[in-house]
Design a protein around this ligand. Structure first.
Ligand code: F6P
Length: 541
């Protein structure tokens, strides 16, 4: 298979970049009054203004041609129909099936996956309702008031992010806490102040073999038994979300209280299924289904809209544009919403575990750069921390700004001030301020260079009416599909994660050396052996 970088469309883009690199956004806006209208696209409730990108109609034509060359249209169809596009694990990639509408059929590998999805959703809804109504009680008969989700990676970041995002929709007096790290400080801190009689643990792990999760779950189980004085309490206070019933049973959780999913759902694509159980208990089955409807709107848009008006396609292609033709290393995601404070962390796993690959799906090394480094903080906090580098640093950092028109609750016009900041930042990044403009304000000549704002810094602005379950679903689906577009252009398998395995195995191997009384003999290298010795000295071993 020829590498995408050998395609004439790639060469055309490289030539085009050379011509465009010296142009700035002030010029592009001045010479094209229709630019903003043309470079605005809607998908469901999301409105994207991508006019502040270093791109013209020609750029977009060339990028779309690249997408066609990469076979993106066929790849989209292949994903939605359940072909095994996760080649290294020989699996279908069907997170889109998690939000299929009731009544729609999808049979994959001889299995009616739509029926399976709805059966689990219905069980989740019934269970969530029992907990919310107080019908499901703890061992001593008291109602549940706190749900502790124990999981890590995709079994934590999605529900944790969404719980925070939808905090205003938590309506049954049940709050959630999320434990992920194997650092004991995490679980100790999260258990502090909890009443065991009123706490439900949701042990979330696709494999049910993850060290962090199982270790934390054991600590939680012991804490519960110590508090309630009876091992029989576990069945009322522990439920599981997993694909592995055998391991769930081995842990001592009744599989009647297990909510399943399937190998065709990647961990980082899973919180709209059973991994979202804690979220569903907090916000209710109805709001959860509204969130699924939001995902679905963007799925349909992605599947059917022409590439020129397809939001995930355009944003994915612009990601490739900056990564491969401008040498950008990172992409900032800057939600102007405190409620989305965990969104950048969530996106880090979604995007970087998916596209941080250096071989193509066929095993050949990639030639292009892959995998943007995603990072970010909510505005306006980021403005007072790292925006200096965005405005005047030497690096090009394309950024996605996400804003909401309506707050859940406003105080003293704060929300308009928040939005004014978002708009001011994207304008300043795009158009900057020239030396002449600064000098004309009477600035001393020696200070002028320090105050010059170069501008020409590309941003997307996504404006959303309000942060709701539905629009959260839309936003997450948007980024899921952006990842897919980029991975398709780069020709990589965005759905495996072999790169995380070696470190996990080595940690298990190293653990005995840290606790043993014997001198470390089997450290993997001299540096690690020395660090093991030093650690043991510090711990007095
Ligand atoms: O270590 C990476 C990873 O495998 C992620 O892909 C996954 O989301 C996370 O670990 C947790 O895995 P599990 O849900 O099987 O515990």
């Amino acid at each position: 298979m020829a590498d995408i970088t050998e395609a004439p469309e790639w060469t055309a883009l490289a030539e085009h970049q050379a011509a465009l690199a010296g142009r700035n956004l002030r010029e592009l806006f001045a010479e094209d009054p229709g630019r903003v209208e043309r470079m605005t696209v809607t998908a469901g409730d999301l409105c994207l203004d991508y006019s502040k990108h270093r791109a013209t109609a020609e750029t977009l034509g060339l990028l779309v041609a690249l997408a066609e060359r990469a076979g993106l249209r066929d790849r989209i169809a292949a994903m939605f129909s359940g072909e095994h596009i996760n080649v290294s694990e020989d699996r279908a990639v069907l997170h889109t099936a998690l939000r299929l509408p009731p009544g729609e059929a999808l049979t994959v590998d001889g299995q009616d996956v739509a029926a399976d999805v709805h059966a689990v959703l219905d069980r989740m809804s019934r269970f969530a309702e029992r907990v919310r109504s107080g019908e499901w009680t703890g061992f001593t008969g008291k109602r549940i008031t706190t749900v502790v989700n124990i999981g890590i990676g995709g079994s934590d970041l999605g529900p944790a992010m969404a719980y925070e995002a939808l905090h205003d929709y938590v309506d049954a007096g049940i709050s959630c806490r999320f434990v992920s790290n194997i650092d004991p400080a995490d679980i100790v801190g999260k258990l502090a102040g909890l009443d065991a009689e009123q706490t439900l643990f949701v042990i979330s792990s696709k494999t049910f073999g993850t060290l962090e999760t199982l270790t934390n779950a054991k600590v939680a189980r012991q804490w519960l038994i110590d508090a309630l004085g009876d091992g029989k309490a576990v069945s009322r206070h522990f439920v599981a979300v997993s694909t592995n019933a055998e391991r769930v049973a081995d842990f001592g959780i009744d599989t009647d209280n297990m909510f399943g999913f399937w190998d065709w759902v990647g961990g980082r694509y899973s919180f709209d299924g059973a991994i979202g159980l804690s979220l569903m208990i907090a916000i209710g089955g109805e709001a959860f289904r509204e969130m699924l409807a939001g995902f679905r709107v963007i799925d349909e848009h992605f599947r059917t809209a022409p590439f020129e008006a397809n939001m995930p396609v355009l944003m994915g292609l612009l990601g490739v544009w900056y990564t491969d033709f401008f040498g950008a290393q990172t992409r900032a995601v800057l939600p102007y919403s405190q409620r989305l404070s965990r969104f950048p962390a969530y996106l880090q796993q979604l995007t970087m575990e998916s596209n941080g690959k250096s071989v193509r799906a066929d095993g050949a090394p990639v030639v292009a750069q892959t995998g943007e480094i995603f990072w970010g903080e909510p505005g306006t906090n980021g403005q007072h921390a790292f925006y200096q580098l965005l405005h005047q640093g030497t690096r090009l950092v394309p950024a996605d700004f996400i804003g909401f028109a309506e707050p859940f609750e406003d105080r003293a016009g704060m929300h308009d001030l928040l939005t004014a900041n978002l708009l001011a930042q994207t304008s300043a990044l795009a158009f900057g301020k020239t030396a002449d403009e600064i000098a004309a304000e009477g600035t001393p000549a020696a200070v002028v260079p320090h105050k010059v704002m170069p501008g020409n810094r590309p941003t997307s602005t996504i404006l959303v009416p309000k942060l709701t379950p539905k629009t959260l679903g839309e936003l997450v689906a948007l980024y899921e599909h952006i990842v897919f577009v980029e991975g398709s252009i780069w020709g990589i398998d965005s759905f495996d994660q072999w790169g995380v395995e070696l470190g996990k195995v080595m940690a298990q191997d190293l653990a005995p050396a840290l606790t043993s009384e014997e001198p470390p003999t089997d450290a993997p290298d001299a540096s690690t052996a020395a660090l093991v010795r030093r650690y043991r000295e510090m711990r007095g071993r």
